[in-house]
Write a protein that binds this ligand. Structure first.
Ligand code: SF4
Length: 619
């Protein structure tokens, strides 16, 4: 329930439904009956946060425990924030309406670097001291997990504990420890020291970082018994891993409003630019029976008529067609449609199409990532042009008219010819449509080419690579435009869009940043900067001013090539992938050599140590 005083302002802001809670499926407890209160904060708007699977899993998991009450908190949009600040209303949780200061844990999920300023803003709006060193008692423990926890160095001044890897077990272990420490009257410092002993827990205040004269890292030294390397947590048996049978149903339209079923974790592919593909290794699948059971319960309890079968590459599920058939045995009669996001070009077949096209025939989306075969080989995409063209043909024959293709520009080894090849591919897909005899009649095809800018990320073979400068990226964007124009294709049939280079540059700075960036983050927050991933709020110039004032050169982080032997800011964090493997893959990229996926052949990436998953499947 929202705080009473917010009522007066609800009709003054956009989308008041973001701020009222009371949704079907929310969990209400008596705060006097629980030992631990956890505010699960998503550092973006309600519509984005409510679409996120991780928050749904952990919200339900925590609330299954009678002694924990987990509530949801989202970043208020700037109109509501102005009202809250003007009228001294602290940031509150949607279930109880209580301010963040009433909570033991304030937990954030780190999905993208451009949400970091929102974390600081949410803490300050909630009345929590922004800097860890200003929080003294055993309460208000600020924790964070998610993919960006793999290099959390730019925000180590603000977060007490980072969780590395799968959160389902480690989060509960830390909450349990906190409960004991609270009962035994231990101090905050003692709790943090003990927490650092739990595998998967990184307490940054227990590590001292020193630098060389050239600004690179000299050493990272742990203190007070903290481990030298913090190893990520992995849940190997997905069938015994917790999955919710209900979701909180949103009050207003959100980005992804459907049931979501996680079918496996990890990815077999090893695309060299893709951080998620390496962070979540090894692949661990859920059984068909378990998927079927959980999916049916979820649809029945939520009433959703659409379920998305989620993973990093859903057509790589080993038994994808039998799974779809089993699900359709109840989904079809109950008019529930199945969707497979993240379909690969080479994973698309008539059989899959038959099972997923039951209700809606919307557009298809594929990600060839690069226009030329040479560059696709360098990034290990392992997708061939004839596969893409055949897939589009199958889709057009099956009644689809819209295809969206995602590309990246600025990839290592890219030339202007590779860039122009994006336009060629768009034209070939369009020509394929007109070559299909039984294409949909009376409809116009639409091919969308979408190009984002490559951001080198930690724990990938490209972690040492420079990002293209913004000028080069803009030149490449214009080159695609000119190449499409030279083909004289109607703009209504082939559309082209590209992402703004400014935000990609900032993302590149923070993705591989070190602790020196904390200073800039704090100053940016003090200047009111937030919602950096929203074009209506983002200003690169404001960031450049902040960096200049802090004596930081952002190009040092974004545009510099690192030596293989440089100590990287995240080297004391262990995600299972060995540096040797990443180096080998980087060298193979420069030789345009592909590597097999995990089911074709093992490249010894380091994940065998977890003792299961795809690494031990019979090949
Ligand atoms: S050890 Fe081999 S099979 Fe396992 S994730 Fe790495 S490359 Fe794949």
């Amino acid at each position: 329930m929202y705080p009473k005083e917010i009522e007066k302002y609800l009709l003054k802001v956009q989308k008041p439904g973001r701020y009222v809670g009371g949704e079907l499926g929310e969990v209400i407890k008596d705060k006097h009956d629980v030992d631990v209160r956890f505010a699960f904060c998503f550092p973006d708007t309600y519509e984005i946060g409510m679409s996120h699977l991780g928050i749904k899993i952990l919200y339900s998991l925590f609330n299954e425990k009678p002694y924990i009450w987990c509530e949801r908190v989202f970043a208020p949009w700037i109109d509501m924030e102005a009202e809250m600040r003007a009228h001294d209303i602290p940031l509150y949780a949607l279930e109880s309406g209580d301010p963040l200061t009433d909570f033991d844990f304030i937990g954030f999920t780190l999905q993208y670097e451009l949400s970091f300023t929102n974390i600081l803003n949410m803490l300050s709006l909630g009345g929590i001291p922004v800097l860890s060193r200003d929080r003294h008692d055993l309460n208000h423990i600020v924790v964070a997990g998610g993919p960006c926890a793999c290099n959390p160095e730019p925000i180590t001044d603000f977060i007490d504990i980072f969780f590395l890897g799968d959160g389902e077990e480690v989060d509960l272990e830390v909450i349990e420890l906190y409960r004991e420490c609270k009962r035994d009257g231990k101090s905050r410092a003692e709790f943090l020291r003990l927490a650092a002993q739990i595998p998967g827990v990184y307490v940054p205040s227990l590590y001292d970082v020193s630098y060389n004269d050239d600004g690179t890292i000299k050493s990272v030294i742990p203190r007070d018994g903290a481990p030298e390397k913090v190893e990520k947590r992995v849940i190997m048996d997905m069938d015994s891993c917790y999955y919710p049978d209900n979701f909180v149903l949103p009050n207003i339209e959100i980005v992804h409003d459907r049931a979501v079923m996680e079918i496996f974790r990890g990815c077999i592919r090893g695309c060299r630019f893709c951080q998620a593909g390496f962070l979540y290794r090894p692949v661990r699948e859920k059984s068909i029976d378990r998927i079927n059971e959980e999916c049916h319960a979820l649809c029945r309890n939520t009433g959703y008529d659409e379920v998305s079968l989620s993973s990093l590459s859903s057509s790589d599920y080993t038994q994808v067609v039998p799974m779809l058939k089993k699900l359709n045995s109840w989904a079809k009669p109950e008019q529930v449609s199945l969707s497979l996001p993240s379909l690969r070009v080479d994973g698309f077949s008539d059989d899959i199409l038959d099972e997923i096209k039951t209700v809606r025939k919307s557009g298809l989306t594929f990600a060839p990532e690069a226009g030329s075969q040479r560059l696709r080989d360098a990034i290990n995409k392992n997708v061939f042009e004839d596969e893409l063209i055949n897939t589009c043909r199958v889709a057009f024959e099956g009644g689809y008219t819209t295809v969206k293709l995602y590309f990246m520009i600025g990839l290592p080894t890219e030339t202007m010819d590779d860039v122009a090849a994006i336009a060629d591919l768009g034209k070939k897909v369009l020509d394929t449509y007109y070559s299909v005899e039984n294409r949909p009649k009376g409809k116009s095809p639409r091919v969308t080419l979408s190009a984002s800018s490559f951001v080198p990320k930690p724990f990938t073979p490209f972690q040492w690579e420079p990002q293209d400068t913004m000028d080069t990226l803009r030149e490449k964007q214009q080159h695609i435009k000119a190449s499409i124009a030279s083909k004289k294709i109607s703009v209504s049939k082939v559309t082209y869009n590209y992402h703004d280079t400014d935000t990609s540059f900032l993302e590149a700075v923070f993705a591989r940043g070190d602790r020196k960036l904390n200073k800039a983050m704090l100053l940016a927050h003090q200047r009111g900067m937030r919602f950096d991933s929203w074009s209506d709020c983002f200003s690169l110039q404001n960031w450049l001013d902040v960096f200049a004032e802090c004596g930081i050169d952002p190009a040092f982080y974004a545009n510099r090539r690192r030596d293989f032997d440089e100590t990287l800011p995240w080297d004391h964090l262990d995600y299972g992938i060995t540096k040797d493997f990443l180096k080998r893959e980087c060298e193979r990229a420069y030789a345009s050599q592909t590597s097999p996926n995990c089911r074709e052949g093992c490249m010894n990436c380091g994940m065998k140590k977890y003792g299961g998953g795809v690494c031990y499947e019979k090949r």
